[in-house]
Design a binder for this molecule. Structure first.
Ligand code: FAD
Length: 555
């Protein structure tokens, strides 16, 4: 018997330090950590002590002889990681240890998603620091609440590890609107911006603005009940939906559209979305990728999460499979990537399965680029051009458009092309990258490269919209290391105003802002409502209801 990490892994890495034989990789100190899809247990080294199982915040680790059928493949996926050259030979030295006395350091964290939460945790490893967390939503947790798909409740459980108990929460406060960067600096020594990357990348082809064409960001926020999006309407009276994009979010959307609503009814999905999905006429979701199956950005575990579902039929592009079989055979040996062959095997097995008449279907297409969304007053189709794979001068495989066009009939197009960050007034911003310019988390002036005193970044606004929840842990730790170094070097100005005046000050800007106690009341009201329906929670999806549940005013 050995333990196995499954697809629920969020790379939070709480399992790494508790492993007595160092058999979980990549660790936050290893270069591969920044881009890994998940962590893996070395089956040869595991001593079956189960310490990692206890430490995992999302129940992602199981004994290999007790894995549920849908997780069986992860035994092989863990093994495959150690069979490749991906396994780091030399670990980087661990980051500094030791508990510092921070002598009353006051830090503002803007954004309460994973990057903000991990930054707070990294500071609270030390003594005598005060943290205020400012969040524009009336609830904390960023994309854990409003991004992670409702059928991934185990992943959402990580929010329990981000309680913010030892910080002061200011929910409903948007920095740049209710309070400025300079005002924050008048109360705090430093501000860490962990504001994420919420602006959807646009499709920018003719027809993008037609009714029936939406961004994945809108759709995800809608089914997750984010107040500004909960009232949107998606016309699901079409037999086929088209999802443009090949990342994990594209797969989330395809899966939600293809899942039996009775399954979703057991989750915290927004009630309005559930009602719409119950009335959905969609039978097929076509997922369009510009490149090849083995170049798709989605993780092997996310792909397996769709391809292994007995209640969803999967149709694979036979040409893509044949091409990948050829490529894989031609690089057997030193260059063979075991994870890529696992992905191919998953695809092949899914393609071989007999379809079931009652199932909805997800069809994967590769090497196709959308050119136009067709329709007069509503989407009726997508025109795509097929591409062919070519190897460029640097030896990289690229997609080159051919003359072959095709129209895919559909009434719903969802573009999942990634997202970028937004500017914060008073701070530099790079419009091209969608990031706040920084070096290892210290905000810098993009022209002079001088440090912007007291300003730091963490998470997606620092490094772009990549990586899983746990990736933000090492990212936040790096930022906090820089901040503490600057503080101890006397480079942060003493705040002019006392934080005891903060609540009164914020009330003048946003009378409805919610604190820790208010959030606790919202959280328990949602959980109680959920328990009555056999669900983890029933979310409030209107700002007025959140404010009412927080006890600020009656609803
Ligand atoms: P966010 O989580 O976006 O947090 C940023 C916070 O800042 C938000 O709460 C926002 O409201 C707040 N904010 C922004 N501007 C301001 C302002 N001016 N003032 C105050 N507050 C502000 N990872 C996984 O491991 N597993 C998954 O299943 C998974 N699913 C995902 C699904 C989707 C649709 C997406 C988009 C991502 C998913 N991820 C998943 C990735 C994961 O969510 C990210 O790695 C993580 O949320 C990034 O953290 P962040 O704190 O930088 O950003």
């Amino acid at each position: 018997m050995t333990y196995v990490i499954t697809g629920r892994c969020c790379a939070d890495a709480s399992c790494v330090p508790v492993c007595p034989v160092d058999c979980i990789h990549p660790t936050p100190g290893e270069p591969q950590f920044a881009t890994t899809e998940q962590l893996y247990i070395d089956p040869q080294a595991c001593i079956e002590c189960s310490a990692c199982v206890e430490a995992c915040p999302v129940d992602a680790i199981g004994a290999d002889d007790q894995l549920p059928s849908e997780s069986q493949r992860f035994r092989e996926i863990n093994e495959a990681y150690y069979a490749t050259e991906l396994r780091p030979q030399t670990a980087l030295p661990p980051r500094r240890t030791g508990r510092l006395d921070l002598g009353g350091l006051k830090v503002a964290i803007v954004g309460s998603g994973p990057a903000g939460a991990y930054a707070a945790k990294a500071i609270l490893e030390h003594r005598h620091a005060e943290i205020d967390v400012y969040e524009r939503n009336f609830v904390p947790h960023g994309l854990i609440r409003y991004g992670v798909a409702p059928d991934h409740q185990d992943t959402k459980k990580i929010a329990d590890a981000f309680s913010f108990h030892d910080t002061r929460l200011h929910l409903g406060i948007e920095v740049g609107k209710h309070v400025t960067h300079d005002e924050l600096l008048s109360f705090h020594h430093a501000v860490i911006y962990a504001t994420g990357a919420a602006t959807a990348r646009r499709l920018n082809i003719p027809g993008t603005e037609l009714p029936g064409s939406h961004s994945a960001r809108d759709f995800v926020a809608w089914y997750n009940g984010e107040p500004a999006y909960a009232g949107l309407e998606f016309d699901l009276r079409t037999q086929r939906a088209v999802v443009i994009g090949n990342g994990n979010v594209a797969l989330d959307i395809a899966r939600i559209l293809a899942t039996n609503p009775d399954e979703l009814a057991r989750t915290d999905i927004a009630d309005s979305a559930l009602t719409a999905l119950r009335a959905s006429e969609i039978e097929e979701v076509v997922v369009l990728g510009r490149r090849e199956l083995d170049q798709a950005a989605y993780s092997t575990s996310a792909f397996l999460g769709v391809a292994s579902r007995a209640d969803i039929d999967v149709v694979m592009d036979p040409d893509a499979l044949a091409r990948l079989e050829r490529t894989n055979r031609s690089c057997v040996g030193a260059e063979a990537n075991a994870l890529s062959s696992v992905r191919l095997d998953i695809a092949r097995k899914a393609a071989e399965r007999q379809p079931c008449a009652t199932n909805r279907r997800i069809t994967f297409r590769y090497l196709v680029t959308p050119q136009e969304i067709l329709g007069d007053d509503h989407v009726i189709g997508v025109r795509v051009v097929r591409s062919e794979p070519i190897t460029n001068a640097e030896g990289k495989i690229r997609a080159r458009p051919t003359e072959v066009h095709e129209t895919i009939a559909t009434g719903l197009v969802l573009a999942s092309l990634g997202s970028s960050g937004s500017a914060i007034p008073g701070l530099p911003f790079n419009e091209k990258t969608g990031l706040i310019p920084n070096v290892a988390g210290r905000v810098i002036d993009p022209v002079t490269h001088a440090k912007v005193a007291g300003a730091y970044v963490s998470g997606w606004i620092k490094r772009g919209a990549t990586g899983v929840i746990g990736t933000n842990r090492a990212c936040a730790a790096e930022t906090v290391d820089q901040l503490l170094a600057d503080y101890r070097a006397g480079q942060l100005s003493e705040p002019q105003r006392d934080t005891s005046a903060l609540n009164g000050f914020l009330r003048t800007r946003q009378p409805d802002h919610i604190s820790n106690a208010g959030w606790s009341r919202i959280d328990s009201a949602e959980r109680v409502a959920g328990a009555q329906q056999g669900r983890p929670r029933v979310k409030f999806t209107a700002v007025a209801d959140l404010i009412g549940a927080a006890g600020k005013r009656s609803i």
